[in-house]
Design a protein around this ligand. Structure first.
Ligand code: ZN
Length: 536
């Protein structure tokens, strides 16, 4: 090769390398008090410094914003969130009448074979806190199947048409781990709890690949506007993984996903034999999601002592503990982490026992929610290396009725973030969206104050369990990264880490906790690229 060509080639290579550099300027940086700029190359942080310049880099002015490590939501349901954006949103409804009105507007407009679906009702928010009935829905939707999921996803309100299509009759037994609520004569009332919802599930028309892809993209663009750069998807199907892989291939996925596989032969079963996949920087497959119990609101959480407002009812375990133990052993043997949904203190204890006896410590097994923990179990998380993966806004959404369920004596067991941290645990933080709205700032606010957005209650609910602002930020950054084995590339602003940033208009550590909810996301940056800007 002659000299001129070599030189030209070299120049080309250098400019290509430079063109992949991005310089973020005019900002302050979390935990880097002396820096005001970050130079990134090919999606990674290269240098953090003061007044950096780089001749060929693309420069982005961050308008005086404060740069945090990109926020990760360590427990949500990506497809469920996208789906929820397309069905009736019943969150915050104040009566059955309001819901019936919303359903009525759909009855006229929907195609004949379609179902009316919705999510988000909570009878605890209504004046009459009794469960609603199928007759209420029948009066406005006699022929169209209606399926309305409760806020926690652990109960459904259905009409007679749905009951008929599902083949549920007076003589249908409640399945194991579920309950068909009945009237005095034994007829189904229209409320299906936990596994009883599975009787209906096969009859609901499934969304096609393209519907699911659209829902994922809707969810991701919402998450980006909230400053989120990564999620742990708590129940991923193989179909979802294929959609994510094709989006990644086409450079269309502006978020990093940590998949926690659905516990089915076609999902977890398939990947357990294929082995973990950790090479793709946007999609990690090395975790399996299981369920131990239901939810507290629908009295499905498994408790050591019976429900305070339903004596004799200890809640539901959705699976046999020996079956769960076997699944833990199997998944861990294949190198997969296991995350198990446990709300009640009995579920938490059963699963801690299982992890103690059958789990592989280095795989950072998780308990998802870990809401009610008996004081004798508090130290066991850190001791066993089991991560309590928690959702701060569950506490502030539930606090008004938790004492009904648990009684005053057990309140200290509820959402014990600070006790767990003091016992040596780290807590990955999430929203459980679509159960809660996935705003990480709302999560950080709830973790720090244990108050709702109206500053209620005045001193915080069980305020001994409030965490510090830095701990709350860790929940959505470095602790979430540890829970997905990515603490060397995510959750911190340091050279070599992913250039994933959440840029806020205020520094969270310097404002009063009340102001956290007034903070705005200026930019969301993933892999060195701006994927959301408040000014665009
Ligand atoms: Zn969940």
């Amino acid at each position: 090769m002659n000299k001129i060509i070599v030189t030209a080639l070299l120049a080309l290579m250098i400019s290509a390398a430079h063109s992949q550099q991005t310089l973020f300027t005019h900002c302050s940086i979390y935990q880097h008090p002396d820096a005001n700029s970050i130079l990134c190359r090919e999606g990674r942080i290269e240098i953090i410094g003061s007044n950096l310049s780089a001749k060929h880099a693309k420069t982005i002015d961050l308008q005086g914003g404060v740069v945090y490590p990109g926020f990760t939501d360590a427990h949500l349901h990506l497809v469920g969130l996208g789906w929820s954006l397309e069905v009736l949103n019943l969150v915050g409804t104040s009566s059955t009448d309001e819901i019936l009105h919303m359903v009525a507007t759909q009855v006229g407009s929907i195609e004949k074979s379609r179902w009316i679906q919705g999510r988000g009702w909570d009878q605890n928010d209504w004046e009459d806190t009794q469960y609603p009935t199928k007759e209420m829905l029948d009066s406005i939707a006699p022929q169209t199947p209606v399926y309305l999921r409760r806020i926690d996803g652990h109960a459904a309100w259905v009409n007679s048409k749905t009951i008929e299509l599902a083949g549920i009759t007076k003589s249908t037994q409640s399945p194991e781990g579920g309950k068909i609520l009945r009237d005095n004569e034994g007829n189904p009332t229209g409320i299906l709890i936990d596994n009883a919802m599975e009787l209906v599930a096969p009859h609901i028309p499934i969304s096609k690949q393209k519907d699911e892809q659209r829902q994922i993209l809707k969810a991701v663009s919402l998450l980006n506007t909230l400053g989120i750069t990564g999620v742990h998807d708590a129940g991923t199907s193989r179909k979802t993984i294929e959609i994510l892989q094709s989006l990644i291939k086409d450079n269309l996925l502006p978020i990093r996903v940590y998949a926690m596989l659905n516990d089915t032969p076609q999902d977890a079963g398939y990947f357990l034999s294929a082995g973990i996949e950790t090479k793709n920087q946007f999609l990690n497959i090395r975790s399996v999601k299981l369920y131990m119990d239901g939810a507290l609101g629908s009295r499905g959480a498994a408790l050591l002592q019976s429900y305070s407002d339903d004596p004799g009812n200890f809640g539901l375990t959705l699976a046999d503990s020996s079956e769960i133990a076997q699944k833990v052993q199997q998944a861990n043997a294949a190198g997969f982490q296991v995350g198990i949904h446990c709300i009640g203190d009995r579920a938490n204890r059963i699963v801690l026992d299982i992890f103690e006896q059958r789990g592989e410590r280095t795989l950072r097994n998780r308990i998802e929610h870990a809401q009610i923990i008996h004081k004798n179990d508090m130290l066991r998380f850190a001791k066993l290396g089991v991560l309590p993966s928690m959702q701060p806004t569950h506490c502030t959404s539930d606090m008004d009725w938790v004492d009904d369920r648990l009684g005053d004596d057990r309140l200290e067991e509820a959402y014990p973030w600070r006790s767990l941290i003091e016992a040596g645990s780290i807590i990955p933080g999430g929203s459980d969206a679509p159960v809660e709205f996935p705003n990480p700032l709302a999560g950080i606010h709830a973790a720090v104050t244990r108050q709702d957005k109206n500053k209620h209650p005045h001193t915080g609910w069980q305020p001994n369990e409030c965490v510090s602002i830095d701990q709350a930020i860790n929940m959505y950054t470095s602790w979430a990264a540890y829970a997905s084995f990515e603490e060397d590339v995510k959750g911190k602003i340091a050279p070599g880490f992913y250039a994933d940033f959440t840029v806020l208009d205020t520094s969270l550590e310097t404002i009063s906790p009340d102001e956290i909810l007034n903070t705005n996301v200026l930019f969301t940056i993933v892999n060195g690229k701006v994927v959301y800007s408040s000014t665009l």
